[in-house]
Design a protein around this ligand. Structure first.
Ligand code: SAM
Length: 293
């Protein structure tokens, strides 16, 4: 449908600001002023689905209608990017395997328990990738391992639980890994093997929700990659406070390659690995070996 189709209502600047602020305060995603047209285009189908005349009515619906929570999820869904694939950012994954997994194996060796979190996991590729790397390392074969994937979008979580993928999700997956960790699912698709799936679980979670975050167990490492790029500084700070709280002392935070904690005043230590820069929640003074759980 053309932008110049005048049967569709235009979003006024005031409506744009109201809707942008509402979305932002819910999930931290900040739609910039120059993206007003994109927001308008992506929300038009919602107005149509609800039979609303203009964006003012849509804003009122989001604020006061009994269905407002479900509709806010639909609005956020239409404004978020879920791009992801298996074995994304391989140099970071290699550094994780070569340099952090030995540390985690040693640190948790007594409890034989490992918890990883893919925070903003989209359709699950990152969480399954982590489980595959753990399997591949053979360091944790008889351990109690849990990889948690969480996302604000219930749609992508349903895809994650289904664990079936096509060529685009596998564009960085070698033939060898494909053979070892997937089974054919027909129609040029594959399914993640059960032995990998058994280490992974998915849950709905808004990274800005402090109360809900209390239900997330303490993690040995958190991958929060390519999620906060859509947030402003204030929302990043809130997420980082929550993530830090959910990490065991000495636990690691791994961000996407274009992200860092500069100017965020977050209480993390920078760790220089040979193959990457990662962050660590400082150890409690005098404690080592997972005692801070
Ligand atoms: C671009 S994907 C990144 C997926 C994966 N981490 C990766 O790097 O390949 C970003 C994901 O973050 C999720 N997201 C955005 N805001 C969120 C929030 N406030 N809480 C939880 N997830 C959020 C989106 O739904 C989306 O699936």
């Amino acid at each position: 449908m053309s932008r110049f189709d005048d049967s569709r209502p235009e979003m006024t600047v005031e409506e744009f600001r109201l809707l942008r602020d509402h979305v932002y305060s819910h999930c931290g995603i900040l739609v910039h002023e120059d993206m007003k047209f994109v927001m308008e285009r992506r929300l038009w189908p919602r107005l149509e689905a609800l039979g609303l005349a203009d964006f003012g009515a849509y804003h009122r619906y989001l604020r006061y209608d009994p269905q407002r929570h479900a509709e806010l999820e639909a609005a956020v869904e239409s404004l978020t990017t879920h791009e992801t694939y298996f074995f994304r950012e391989p140099s970071q994954l290699k550094a994780f395997c070569d340099e952090l997994l030995p540390v985690l194996e040693k640190r948790n060796g007594r409890l034989k328990r490992l918890r990883l979190w893919s925070a903003g996991c989209s359709s699950g590729e990152e969480a399954y990738t982590l489980a595959m790397l753990l399997k591949d390392s053979h360091r944790f074969d008889d351990w109690d391992v849990e990889v948690y994937g969480t996302d604000i979008s219930r749609r992508v979580l349903a895809l994650a639980r289904r664990a079936e993928y096509g060529p685009s999700a596998l564009r960085a997956t070698s033939a060898d890994l494909l053979e070892r960790f997937f089974v054919p699912a027909g129609n040029n698709r594959v399914r993640v093997r059960d032995e990998v799936r058994s280490w992974v679980s998915f849950g709905h979670h808004n990274l800005l929700d402090e109360t809900g975050s209390q239900l997330v167990p303490r993690m040995d490492a958190v991958f929060c990659r390519n999620v906060m790029i859509y947030f402003d500084q204030a929302a990043r700070r809130r997420v980082l406070r929550i993530v830090r709280d959910r990490l065991v002392p000495g636990g690691y935070l791994l961000l996407g390659h274009s992200e860092n904690l500069l100017n965020l005043g977050a209480d993390f230590e920078l760790v220089h690995l040979r193959g990457d820069l990662v962050y660590r929640r400082p150890e409690l003074p005098g404690l080592t070996g997972g005692e801070g759980r």
